[in-house]
Design a protein around this ligand. Sequence first.
Ligand SMILES: O=C(O)CCC(=O)C(=O)O
Ligand SMILES: [Fe+2]
Length: 352
Amino acid sequence: MVPNLFGRIEVVMLKPKVFTVDRKVVRELTLEKVRINLWFAHTAMFRFLARALTKVIVCMRQIQKKLEELDSEGICVFENVLDTQQLKDLRSALLNHLVTRGRSYNGGNTQNDAINVIEDIQWVINGTLFADIVRAVVGDDAVYAHHSDALHNTYTGWHRDHVPYGKSDTALDFWGEDDRGPYRVFKFAFYLQDHRNDNTALKYLRGSHKESSPQNLLKRIFHYFVFDTMQPAPGSLVVFDQRLLHNGVTPSVPTKLLLKCIKSTSLKKKLWDLERKVRGMQDRVFIQIAFGRPGNYSDQHAMEMVDRQQIKTGTGEYQVSSSLKRCLKSAGLGLASTRRPERKKEEAQSET
Ligand SMILES: O=C(O)CCC(=O)C(=O)O
Ligand SMILES: [Fe+2]
């Protein structure tokens, strides 16, 4: 009776309800009540409706649990977001692009601004359950934060993804969240292979998106030893708060030292490839896309990321492609503003 979390039919049924129903109401509707109803059910139609209702309630409760997890731990995972074919298509399109046109980076290849640049992966936004999940997590007014990296066999270290200082020199209060409303900018990441039996997807420090607790401070000091591992099944979507302390895969200490001494990118890559082989690591292909609530946090993140992406890709003025705009629009998703505060002010003045 318990359905898959994101079966297509369930989500279609959920759409108008999940995001608008008050959370308390969701909890008050228990499955038992529905089962009693079923017991009294005589007509096929009644049974069908009761079953459909049960599915909706189960899904709502599962989603609710995930959102609570995201709030308390800073991370959660939605399973079965891509079906087998979608997974295969996305992985091969990304791999093909990264190998032929990607930029060498940290022992592997990368494409910054990926969802904007690689047109033949944009169907992920409006042709899968992705947008439904973005709206469930962020809200119906979710905006794309102009930040999307695709990566292949790269290494990294412990870091957070949020930007502490914007180019506008405004230091937003990411932890207090008191001046401009709650911080709600998230990464949505597809790791496009099976990580259920390895620990090479994503490591993280649970709760580290909430800086204030002393326990977290201690944990942060010892995060080299105390961390959790996300082991997503293929087709899953990992969602995390951009303030979360996280890591992908890190080279061993001797490799790290050697990497520091070597100048040649291709030699660095060879060394990292050798370590990956010795460690028996599978190829890692993944894409991360950032969405947030409209407002300062998302806008500032977008402004920073546009600058970073343009510097790294060495391309001219940043533009959101018309195909990405179309995809976002048809998926009911918006765009963060990338205009500097002064320009916004000037524009507002010239409009009045
Ligand atoms: O390598 C990974 O899995 C994480 C990469 C990452 O966090 C990033 O690019 O910001
Ligand atoms: Fe990151």
